[in-house]
Ligand binder design. Sequence first.
Ligand code: TRP
Length: 466
Amino acid sequence: MEKKRAQWSSKLGFILAAAGSAVGLGNIWKFPGRAYEGGGGSFLLIYLFIVVLLGIPLMLTELALGRASQTNIVNTFKKLGYKQHSWVGWIGVIGAFIITCYYSHVGGWVLRYVFSYAFEAPAIYRDSLGYFYNMLGLHADGTTSIPWTALFFAALFMLLNAVVIIRGVEGGIEKFNKFGMPALFLLLIILLIRSVTLPGAEAGVKYMLSLDLGKVTVNTFFSALGQAFYSLSIGMAILVTYGSYLSKSEDMIKNTAVVCGMDTLVAVLAGFIIVPAVFATLGSGEVGKGGGFAFVSLAGVFAEMPGGRIFGVLFYLLLLFAALTSSISLIESIVAFLTEEFGWTRKRTTIILCLILFLIGCLYTCSQAAIPLKGIWYDGVNGITHPALCDFMEYLTDRIMIPLCALGCCIFVGWVWKPESIIAEVEQSGFRFRLAKAYTVLIRFVAPAAILAILILSIFSGVTLS
Ligand code: TRP
């Protein structure tokens, strides 16, 4: 007899888990920098427009694919009768695998920084770049060593993931998100209040509300488009897995809109935390993005701020929750695939998988500094430009695999399985899909054209997806 498939125990459980997947490092350390670059308020408007026009329909598509097929990403296509399209799912799992290798290590560094701000804040303030490099095994005198601290905390981060995932969908993932997501919102609110009440913060708030159309270029659109995809966790087919645990009696459109809304809210709040705080402490022109910014430049912000140490700890806790809930969803989608396809037990699969992901990730962490690679440098604004291996992994996933997988989903749903099937899935249990016509046009024409444009641009130009 087939075992009953796991399911979210409540609507809230699903919403928080899906939002947990979407809300990640991207929201907090990339969005503010991009919003700053794109002119503040004008970027926010463009971003909102893209989330509504493309984000919601695409997330709905992935969730509905999962709920219709009731299985993991790879098997979805076969189950729906189109085995030849399984490549889309394969890109998804492999992409999730590669992302998790580095995402979990970066999560470990974030965990390290929670302790760093608690116990060693003066050392970070004295030399934030030196402190960061030291953690990665590159020391002030030019010598290198194995970055034991970074590796230890990455292992701890992975252990946290494994503990939650082993407990299963309802008992582990749902429970963790029910605690983690409210905690994340609470931290956001505390940090927001701190930031906007800093002397000199108004200039930053004003900037984030200004509509400076002079700063809007074609690149702003693509930057917003790529950011929206990455932030909503679209194009990795990960949400297929979470959708497959969703009860047939749920209103999918409402749920999707709420999840997209939460993700966007977190990103915008992070923008209103970081940009005003940077304006108030470092002055304008210093808002960067990515790890270098979060680990290095932000130290200046906390050093200048009254109570900076406590707010530093809270900020890295915020990043930690964001990273954990996302990495859990990434790993779960691989675990779902392995347990269902090979009949392995959840516990054994999770342990082995986490171990492998951790070990490959060690190469990533070591390649940052301990194994001296040429091309490590600090540009003063955006932080460290990642060297070889890390560059390659991120390039492959963010610029090629995510758009390719998203494109595959659109083409499959738009032209092969047909939008009507998604509409029928959504309309189960008596719900009406009011914008079904608009959805059909979007998924067939608008979304593939937009994704194709990102794909071409990101391969051939400097525009990055994430
Ligand atoms: N959305 C996550 C973030 O904002 C990162 C991410 C991208 C992701 N694709 C994903 C997370 C797929 C989980 C699943 O950081």
